[in-house]
Ligand binder design. Structure first.
Ligand SMILES: [Ca+2]
Ligand SMILES: [Ca+2]
Length: 482
């Protein structure tokens, strides 16, 4: 595995109303449209879909149940997103589609959903400083957020960009941004751009990876601000951990920096949004290992929770937050962990009552589970069961309300991706390229295991009756329907 490949997974998510109705019915948060328009499908980031009749068997060699395969770069850490008949995935530029846009770049590719035909791409040159800010060949690690004809994602250059989903195929150069260097039919049309290094002084550690989430007119972004190469100095202690931008204009609405110089390493956790109690909150795991909740519209900090035991010591026992928090039934679920380069170690998984205020490390603790190892995965909650994977390769099934463990499943390989529940089944990929399929039930039952030919660092994505799975260099569309 190449260094920092994990960042994609950290990346490795409709509205709050849907989250509320999901709670009422005690079933999944589900986009409801058939699409999968963001990391996690919905702002609460619960990796669950109620889509029926999804395939549980396929074969990439015989092409059984393989609808199409699209070629990607050589390393692909962006999780697929499906919206409006198009599929988007982040990768690198080792598949050079335009010789004028050669060399190492981060690339967001757009394919037609029906047949996998390549439509357009947004390529970004690497940052001049190199690996300290923008690790070689890691590509784009952000999963876009798509709303109508607008797409938002974070480039490898620590920029939040808004793109026109039609690119230049509509014959119009949209937005205030008109300085695109490439304006052919296969090039991206930028609407606006917000450079987090210039605008808020972020110093991204190794990679900027955030997968945006929105509420109303705002989108929320982790800045990836972190240490420099010394792993001691923090060049920008005054830069925010999180920013909220107006999604129409790209202008800064609010920012928060509660972390200051306490960043343990980097900041790679994507925020989530949900109505908790009476307040729509943005919840974000930050660089000091604390998770914080904010009033979504104003940025007012409501609560904070330390995910590390007070006597823990970085990096041996103290962890950072790379997973994305999941919001469900007024609670927040998240596990901590570390950069895979740091190897395996102890982890902690929490259920937090996010209706509490202030430092809620004690008052907001609903339950804590310490039999998990370091994790960079995001959880899925289905019919009261929480499925959570760790980097050591174990999938844990627990009671979401009580934390009571039901079972574990050993993947026998490192897990960077997140368990996805579709139609009552859990799909989980691993570094050996295996996708395990299990019943999403209290009793453990393995349905099957299918190999994808190379490492799967991304999460299985369901959309419109098709499973989308990216391995290192290919994107597969899988269905058993003709
Ligand atoms: Ca356009
Ligand atoms: Ca434009």
């Amino acid at each position: 595995m190449t260094k920092r490949s994990f960042i994609l997974v950290a990346v490795a998510s409709a509205a709050a109303l849907i989250a509320i109705s999901a709670v009422k019915t005690n079933s999944a948060s589900d986009p409801g449209s058939g699409d999968w328009p963001m990391w996690g499908g919905t702002p609460d980031r619960n990796m669950v879909s109620t889509m029926k009749g999804m395939p549980t068997s396929w074969d990439i060699k015989t092409k059984k149940n393989i609808k199409w395969i699209a070629a990607l770069g050589s390393q692909s850490y962006g999780n697929p997103v499906v919206a409006g008949g198009q599929v988007y995935v982040g990768t690198n530029n080792e598949l050079v589609r335009d010789p004028r846009q050669g060399g190492d770049r981060g690339v967001l590719m757009c394919f037609r959903e029906s047949d996998g035909e390549f439509l357009w791409q947004h390529t970004n040159e690497k940052l001049a400083a190199g690996r300290v800010n923008d690790w070689p060949y890691q590509g784009v690690c952000s999963s876009p957020l798509v709303e109508g004809d607008r797409l938002y994602y974070v480039t490898n250059r620590c920029e939040v960009v808004c793109l026109d989903t039609k690119g230049f195929t509509d014959g119009v150069n949209d937005g205030p941004y008109k300085d695109e260097k490439f304006t052919g039919p296969h090039d991206a049309d930028i609407v606006w751009k917000f450079d987090m290094m210039e605008e808020v002084g972020s110093h991204p550690h190794n990679m900027s990876n955030c997968s945006p989430v929105s509420y109303g007119d705002l989108i929320y972004i982790c800045t990836s601000n972190g240490q420099d190469e010394s792993h001691v100095n923090i060049p920008s202690p005054k830069a925010p951990a999180i920013v909220a931008l107006n999604k129409k204009t790209g202008k800064l609405s609010w920012e928060d920096n509660s972390v200051f110089d306490r960043i343990l390493h980097g900041q790679w956790s994507s925020p989530s949004v949900g109505k908790i109690g009476d307040v729509v909150q943005v919840v974000h795991g930050q660089g000091d290992g604390w998770i914080r909740g904010y009033e979504a519209t104003t940025g007012k900090k409501l609560w904070e929770f330390d995910t590390n035991p007070k006597d823990s010591v970085w990096p041996k026992t103290r962890n950072e937050l790379i997973s994305t928090p999941v919001i469900w039934d007024n609670k927040v679920y998240i596990a901590n962990g570390q950069d895979p380069e740091h190897g395996e170690g102890v982890g902690h998984l929490y259920c937090i009552d996010a209706t509490k205020r202030g430092d809620i490390t004690k008052t907001g603790l609903v339950w804590q589970y310490d039999k998990i190892r370091r994790s960079i995965s995001t959880g899925s909650i289905y019919e009261g069961l929480l499925f959570y994977a760790d980097f050591s390769g174990f999938l844990h099934c627990l009671d979401a309300k009580t934390g009571k463990p039901y079972w574990t499943h050993d993947m026998f390989a490192a897990v960077w991706s997140s368990p996805m529940v579709v139609d009552g089944k859990v799909y989980l990929g691993d570094e050996d390229g295996d996708i395990a399929i299990l019943e999403a039930s209290r009793e453990k039952k393995v349905i099957g295991e299918i190999n994808m030919g190379s490492s799967v660092y991304s999460t299985v994505v369901p959309a419109n009756g098709v499973l989308f799975i990216a391995n290192r260099n290919q994107l597969f569309a899988i269905t058993d329907k003709k």
